[in-house]
Design a binder for this molecule. Structure first.
Ligand code: SAM
Length: 228
């Protein structure tokens, strides 16, 4: 399963690692800073959108990949002392050999980061397992196109697919409609892409779409709201 995208380790501008896809001009994160990008797009503009934060907060991630977004989210759950229920989709899970080389747990001051990272990558498929009573996670090894999603469940969707040039099929109105159906009214989907075609597909799926300043090195990103 991990064979679809062959990757190599690279260091981004903020010192955090990412993976580059061999044969494509594509990485798992921005080369301007993987950690900065994840914090900005998914945590600050996604998780941070909810004030006060619903407890529990239901999150769906499309593309677990290295687990950086999940690790940052676990830290936020602990900091805010709120329960997070996190469902991650990943049809091509990375091998332990690749994951062990990434420097993410070392970037955290929290002594439990290593344990949390291990927890994230060993999360079960059929049930949620918890980390310190606050971060409940399951990891589903299916494509977003194939998975059956519960309706009106998620407050927040982290849409972190490879870019539209590498995986155009991921950025379709049909997929956004499916995600819209899985979200509650008042919920948001955040993504790093601000392409016109992506925004149009989100609008056609029913979202109210907002352009926001992007992370360092990127002018804009997108946040899409399910209003009803
Ligand atoms: C940009 S990378 C993910 C970055 C990830 N959130 C992280 O922090 O490492 C895109 C991810 O989407 C996954 N992916 C590819 N096709 C998918 C599909 N059809 N459904 C869900 N995820 C998919 C890839 O395997 C990859 O892990």
């Amino acid at each position: 399963m991990s064979k679809k995208f062959q990757s190599e380790l690279v260091t981004t501008k903020d010192g955090s690692h990412t993976l580059r896809i061999k044969g494509h001009d594509e990485q798992y994160h921005s080369m301007n800073g993987a950690l900065q990008e994840s914090m900005h797009v998914f945590l600050n503009r996604g998780f941070g959108f909810f004030e006060p934060t619903p407890d529990p907060l239901h999150i769906l991630e499309v593309g677990l990949g290295t687990g950086l977004n999940a690790l940052l989210t676990a830290r936020m759950a602990v900091e805010k002392n709120i329960k997070v229920v996190y469902q991650a989709l990943e049809p091509y899970p990375l091998t332990l050999r690749v994951l062990e080389k990434l420097n993410y747990p070392q970037l955290f001051a929290e002594p439990w980061a290593e344990t949390a990272y291990h927890h994230i990558h060993s999360a079960p498929t059929n049930t949620y397992s918890d980390f310190c009573g606050l971060f409940y996670m399951r990891s589903v090894h299916e494509k977003v196109q194939d998975v059956v999603l519960e309706k009106n469940k998620h407050h927040l969707v982290y849409f972190d697919a490879f870019g539209p040039d590498t995986q155009p099929e991921m950025w379709s109105e049909q997929i956004f409609e499916k995600l819209y159906g899985s979200m509650r009214g008042g919920g948001v989907l955040v993504t790093y892409s601000a392409k016109g075609a992506v925004r149009r597909a989100l609008k056609a799926a029913g979202f109210q779409v907002e352009k926001l300043p992007g992370p360092p090195g990127k002018r804009e990103m997108t946040r899409a709201l399910k209003t009803v």
